[in-house]
Design a binder for this molecule. Structure first.
Ligand SMILES: C[S@@+](CC[C@H](N)C(=O)[O-])C[C@H]1O[C@@H](n2cnc3c(N)ncnc32)[C@H](O)[C@@H]1O
Length: 385
């Protein structure tokens, strides 16, 4: 694979000569060429930036040096033989799946922006001449594309056949099977009073595989519930950790759902109906909250928080038009999966008159623990690990 990097800071890419990437270079698996964009400037100051049309802060990278640099680096390579990667915070998020895709390409060219980015016409021209991939390293802003070029190169190069000694270690990694990796241990078996989990010393390969799978699922559910596969009960519904931007839609859905509850429990004061948007915003950031979306629309939600040894589940809501299709149960299962290790009980409150909700909770293993205040019952079930 040939990799070209265009940058105004060629020294930034020096780490590509180190470690495994350096070895891959030595073995001839990758051919890395770093170019100084300023070599394609023609003025005394080697200028690569200018003020933005339309005004505003910062500078924009001029099209001329980029045009000449790309002419030199792309030559008359056919369109399908080269992929130009432009790191930008407004690009497609970089994932293992994208790395796998890029690892199949013959040529990658990284165009590292600085300042406020590159004149859009350069990107439009690149899209005519090559496969253009605008890629973001994450939802934060770096000073330039070099760190992203390094990160993408490292993730891609280790997937190039012949690069890693042990291909199996690639398969077992985080993100390869859609899950985060299980915890790993090495010798000695006891270190500072901390033991390696006994199953790993058992020699029972099936038990070890089952333990690792269970740990990977648990870790993913706790840290990245958004990675878990969406519910199979409802095609097209995606469950993920709530974000602050979900607040307004969640507020509207909550009001809609609890109005029904109000009718099922006449005279009972329902906190969800007395909450302001700011109240909801504050528990959204404080509690563990999972939301369900279908075709961009927020159709469900649930929250939980730890109170003593109880994982207090609440605000389980499903859009009225999707009720009765298993989404409530799926949300309940998902929030239960996120139970912290300290909790020994799942607990919730529901209306004494909400017979449909109570039936669903009973089916999920909850038992009635009696009326806690007029019109409200408590239900619990033990946490089994
Ligand atoms: C200061 S940033 C420009 C940010 C730009 N004004 C914006 O808001 O999208 C300068 C350069 O850093 C790189 N960069 C910054 N954040 C990045 C990210 N999250 N992922 C990839 N590249 C990034 C891009 O190459 C970008 O052109």
């Amino acid at each position: 694979m040939r990799i070209d990097v265009l940058t105004i800071f060629p020294d930034y890419l020096a780490p590509l000569g180190l470690s495994l990437a350096g070895k891959a270079r030595d073995k001839g698996l990758i051919d890395v060429r770093v170019h100084d964009l300023r070599d394609w400037t023609h003025d005394r100051h080697r200028t690569v930036d200018d003020t933005p049309y339309g005004g505003g802060a910062g500078m924009v990278m001029k099209p001329e040096p980029w045009g000449e640099a790309l002419d030199a680096v792309l030559g008359d390579e056919p369109r399908d033989r080269v992929t130009v990667v432009v790191p930008t915070p407004s690009g497609q998020p970089f994932t293992q799946a994208v790395a796998r895709e890029l690892a199949t390409r013959e040529r990658l060219v990284f165009a590292c922006g600085r300042y406020e980015g590159i004149d859009q016409r350069v990107l439009d021209e690149v899209a005519d001449r090559a496969e253009l991939r605008e890629i973001s390293l994450g939802d934060y802003v770096l000073n330039g594309g070099e760190v992203a070029a390094l990160a993408v190169t490292e993730a891609v190069v280790r997937l190039v056949p012949g690069f890693m000694g042990n291909a199996e270690s690639l398969v077992e990694e985080s993100h390869e099977d859609g899950l985060l990796e299980y915890p790993v241990y090495t010798k000695p078996p006891t270190w500072r009073g901390r033991d390696v989990p006994p199953v790993l010393l058992s020699g029972d390969h099936a038990a070890i595989a089952a333990w690792r799978r269970e740990q990977a699922e648990r870790r993913t559910a706790e840290r990245r519930p958004d990675l878990l596969p969406p519910s199979t009960l409802l095609e097209g519904v995606e469950l993920r950790a709530a974000e602050p931007a979900d607040a307004a839609e969640l507020y509207v859905l909550q009001l809609a759902c609890w109005v029904q509850e109000m009718h099922a429990n006449p005279g009972v004061r329902i906190p969800a109906l007395h909450e302001s948007l700011d109240d909801l915003r504050s528990w959204l950031t404080r509690d563990t909250v999972v939301v369900a979306r279908s075709a961009g629309r927020l159709v469900g939600g649930v929250r939980a928080s730890l109170d003593g040894d109880a994982w207090e589940v609440g605000r389980l809501m499903v859009a009225p038009d999707l009720a009765g299709r298993g989404l409530g149960r799926t949300l309940l299962t998902r929030i239960e999966e996120l139970v912290p290790p300290e909790a020994t009980t799942y607990a919730l409150f529901t209306g004494a008159g909400s017979s449909r909700n109570q039936r669903m909770y009973k089916k999920a293993g909850y038992r009635l623990r009696g009326e806690v205040e007029p019109g409200t019952v408590r239900m619990t079930k033990p946490v089994r690990r």
